[in-house]
Design a binder for this molecule. Structure first.
Ligand SMILES: Cc1cc2nc3c(=O)[nH]c(=O)nc-3n(C[C@H](O)[C@H](O)[C@H](O)COP(=O)(O)OP(=O)(O)OC[C@H]3O[C@@H](n4cnc5c(N)ncnc54)[C@H](O)[C@@H]3O)c2cc1C
Length: 433
């Protein structure tokens, strides 16, 4: 009998959890499809953007993962849509992909909420390319200001970070450390005291969702590191010269990072959507009206017992993936589906060297060095692959002991070839929308 074919779209946290959950299941073959050829550890993207880590430290080849799971294969392709009658996926290049069961795990992208100029002028931080482009852009601003210090008045050394959630907070802290501790030594002729990191947050505090004492601790730490806070303010407009806040204030800045929100991304499915473009799902994460189809992680509109949407976090995606793998096996065994329950084991955010906040079960709250060590340990064990773990550990130890950031390299990402060449197809598959 032909094996039951489970196709998983997305090699992120959720998609890989499905593949792992089905790894030893008899009579099942799993195909993981992703537009990139790697699994990306997004929580450490900000360290690539601030030159603390190399891209390869936080990305792991998807084929290497599939190879180790007996029943899984991988294909790199951009999925464009689903043909429900034929039960196939339409892909940008190559033959349609047939499926018996389908798991949509396509994640989320930066959302700029229609703020004028944000999509054109601000950097996002969702993909590996975003982090490398941002790192190169930042370093280039310092090189340009070194050549012509008048550019500092135009915001060459100013970064506006929009959004005071974990990503914005982590970026703001890491940027001041990069500027003051590393680039200050690289650019001795530049007046680093004139560099600015401004964090704009609509709410009256950073890290909304954390306990008030942790929010206050994070705010104090950011201020101590030299981050300027614009709390209770929002960005009304972004252009090439900087941002305009809702109170009319203009901030000249050559670098704007948009960390104020994400929206779900999915191929064309025609499926009903819940809030923020997320695919509506039943309590067991099945897509209503489409037997054998599931959505998990950032793209799924799953809710908790009170009807509150589940947060777009890695553990939600991982637990959702594990749950769906089990439901696929239960259905094949003729058993009824089970509702998905997310178990919150805590949330953390780091603000920089020996500064973090952690909100754990049983009301345990950590700050400072202890929270920072917990954050380091957790991220290290969650990375895939011994080489990546070792490399991240070495880089962190090196950065900590020497106050250095080895990855402060400007990479020109433009394709130098004048004519479309043989690699064109691969490039368009890898780049996505
Ligand atoms: C900067 C940053 C920091 C974060 N920090 C934390 C943190 O500290 N803790 C935490 O818990 N969470 C954090 N998150 C959130 C966490 O990374 C996400 O919740 C998690 O990645 C969601 O997993 P997922 O499997 O749903 O999607 P993803 O991990 O985003 O994976 C989706 C995959 O689908 C692929 N894909 C998308 N569309 C298509 C298509 N059409 N065809 C083929 N492939 C496609 C993408 O290439 C991607 O590989 C952070 C996110 C970011 C961006």
């Amino acid at each position: 009998m032909a094996a039951h074919r489970v196709v998983v779209v997305g090699a992120g946290f959720g998609g890989l959890a499905v593949a792992r959950g089905l790894a030893r299941a008899p009579g099942i073959e799993v195909l993981v499809v992703d537009r990139t050829n790697y699994h990306l550890f997004q929580p450490l993207l900000y360290q690539v953007a601030t030159a603390g880590l190399e891209p390869a430290d936080i990305a792991y080849p998807a084929r290497g993962i599939a190879r180790r799971l007996r029943t899984a294969r991988f294909r790199s392709a951009e999925v464009l849509g689903v043909d429900w009658d034929a039960r196939t996926l339409r892909v940008a290049h190559g033959a349609p992909i047939p499926f018996d069961s389908l798991v949509l795990a396509t994640g989320a992208a930066t959302a700029t909420f229609g703020v004028p100029g944000a999509a054109e002028h601000a950097f996002g931080l969702k993909r590996l390319d975003d982090a490398v482009a941002l790192r190169s852009h930042l370093l280039r601003q310092f090189e340009m200001a070194d050549a012509d210090p008048r550019l500092i008045d135009q915001g060459a050394l100013t970064v506006v970070v929009v959004g005071g959630g974990p990503t914005g907070t982590e970026m703001a802290g890491a940027l001041t450390e990069l500027f003051r501790n590393v680039l200050a030594r690289d650019f001795p002729r530049l007046d680093i005291a004139r560099s600015r990191v401004v964090l704009v947050e609509m709410a009256p505090e950073v890290l909304n969702g954390f306990h008030p004492s942790l929010r206050a601790s994070a705010r104090r730490e950011l201020v101590r590191k030299g981050v300027e806070l614009a709390l209770g303010r929002s960005v009304a407009e972004v252009d090439a010269d900087g941002v305009r806040l809702d109170d009319g204030r203009e901030l000249p800045a050559r670098t704007v990072l948009w960390a104020a929100g994400v929206r779900a991304v999915a191929p064309e499915t025609g499926l009903p959507l819940a809030r923020a473009g997320r695919i509506a799902v039943d309590p067991d994460l099945a897509v209503p009206g489409h037997p054998g189809v599931w959505a998990i992680g950032d793209v799924a509109g799953a809710v908790d017992g009170d009807g509150t949407p589940l947060p777009q976090l890695a553990p939600v995606a991982i637990q959702g993936g594990t749950h769906v793998a089990r439901q696929i096996l239960r259905r094949r065994a003729g058993l009824a589906g089970e509702p998905f329950t997310y178990v919150d084991r805590g949330t953390m955010a780091t603000i920089g060297r020996r500064a973090a906040v952690a909100q754990l079960p049983l009301g345990i709250r950590l700050t400072g060095t202890l929270a920072w060590l917990a954050w380091l340990g957790l991220h290290l064990v969650q990375l895939i692959g011994f080489r990546n773990r070792l490399s991240v550990l070495l880089n962190w130890a090196w950065n900590y002991l020497t106050w250095d950031r080895a990855a402060r390299i400007i990479v020109d990402v433009e394709d130098p070839r004048p004519e479309p060449g043989i690699g064109d197809r691969a490039r368009s598959e890898a780049s996505g929308p």
